[in-house]
Design a protein around this ligand. Structure first.
Ligand SMILES: Cc1c2[nH]c(c1CCC(=O)O)Cc1[nH]c(c(CCC(=O)O)c1C)Cc1[nH]c(c(CCC(=O)O)c1C)Cc1[nH]c(c(C)c1CCC(=O)O)C2
Length: 343
């Protein structure tokens, strides 16, 4: 049995103080990240450069001593490995070639043909397992099929995932075929990350909240359950964190329905509500409002303590409700960590 605090929480232990890491902890709010990214040239070159990707993954660990490191990569590398074009428009976000027709779906590669493109990511994982402090847990990740599909269908981020909902209504077979391919490719991708040394994997379903009713069951719950079942069959005991962001009432029972060991909670629901309705089934992760990393002060300390208090009765990994933003102040992160560790 291992003593790493994150793994203990994932096994269902309530710890005297919660272990902590942050979504997007390696990112633009850190001057050392901006310097390494400039050396790499651009964001995608950084993702595909194992030495530099490992370097930025380690930066927040060295600065704050977080209990977990998350592999530095992106959820949109998988569509790229499947053959979609991917680029980032400065100041705007990702752009992809679109997959909205049966012909475009057929033109994508198969689930087993992704590893040439993704080999540098597995190399980053290997370097990290060598270089991380012994007490730090390494988290691998992928996007959940629905969220990745929303970008592949629209060719970019969208406020309401309109193009993906439209394809789901207009051409169910193509839509479902894309979800299936992504489900199968994600199993292969995460399996390789685990073989390379990832100790936990996390599925980011950032747009799960826009799936309602039966759609939520079919396209958020079912693909997640399929991925988790397949991964645990191949890697017995592998802990999985699921993040169906803004699922609201959909958070209730999500761990039971999918087999996830931990459900990450966004900050649109209160920690008290999540403790009552979600933590009853096991570990939860979250859910401090990321704005506190910008605004700081006594309100940050109070809100941090309130999250800890709400989740104190059960297994909890402290995190933000979503990624830290580029305008955050690194000093506020230090204050949050100190508050968690010293009360
Ligand atoms: C939707 C999504 C993406 N990527 C991701 C999600 C799901 C989580 C979420 O909801 O935020 C997940 C992600 N993206 C990144 C990581 C690395 C690990 C981490 O530190 O959390 C992870 C886990 C690095 C990144 N991914 C991106 C950056 C910023 C790139 C830069 O340095 O310019 C980082 C550090 C770029 C990215 N990547 C994506 C978008 C929409 C953008 C542009 C928006 C932005 O710039 O923040 C797609």
């Amino acid at each position: 049995m291992t003593d790493k605090t994150i793994l203990r929480a994932l096994r269902g232990e309530a710890l005297p103080r919660p272990p902590v890491w942050m979504m997007r902890q390696a990112g633009r709010y850190l001057p050392e990240y901006r310097a390494t990214r400039a050396r790499a040239g651009d964001f995608l070159s950084l993702c595909y450069n194992p030495d530099l990707a490992a370097e930025v993954t380690l930066q927040p660990i060295h600065r704050y001593g977080f209990d977990a490191a998350i592999l530095f990569a992106d959820i949109l590398l998988l569509p790229q490995a499947l053959g979609a074009d991917l680029w980032f428009e400065t100041g705007e976000g990702p752009r992809l070639s679109t997959t909205t027709t049966p012909a475009a779906l057929r033109a994508l590669k198969g689930r087993d043909d992704i590893h040439d493109t993704l080999a540098p990511i597995y190399e980053t994982v290997k370097i990290l397992r060598r270089e991380l402090p012994g007490e730090t847990t390494l988290i691998g990740f992928a996007g959940a099929p629905w969220t990745v599909a929303t970008y592949m269908i629209a060719g970019r981020g969208t406020p309401d995932q309109g193009p993906a909902h439209a394809l789901k209504a207009a051409d169910r077979a193509t839509f479902a075929g894309l979800i299936d391919l992504l489900t199968e490719a994600t199993i292969e991708y995460l399996s390789k990350q685990v073989e390379a040394g990832a100790e936990v994997v996390k599925l980011f379903d950032s747009w799960a909240g826009s799936l309602k009713g039966q759609d939520f069951e079919d396209f958020a719950v079912a693909p997640t359950a399929r991925i988790i079942t397949a991964l645990k069959a191949r890697h017995p005991g592998l802990p999985v964190i699921a993040f169906p962001r803004e699922a609201g009432a959909g958070y209730i029972g999500f761990a039971r329905k999918t087999g996830a060991d931990c459900v990450a909670i966004d900050n649109s629901v209160s920690a008290e509500w999540a403790a009552t309705h979600v933590q009853v089934d096991g570990c939860v992760q979250g859910n401090l409002d990321p704005r506190h990393m910008v605004t700081g002060g006594p309100a940050l300390v109070e809100a941090t303590r309130a999250v800890i208090r709400a989740f104190r009765g059960g297994p909890h990994i402290f995190n933000l409700g979503h990624g830290i933003t580029p305008d955050a102040d690194p000093e506020n992160v230090a204050l949050m960590v100190e508050t968690i560790r010293n009360g």
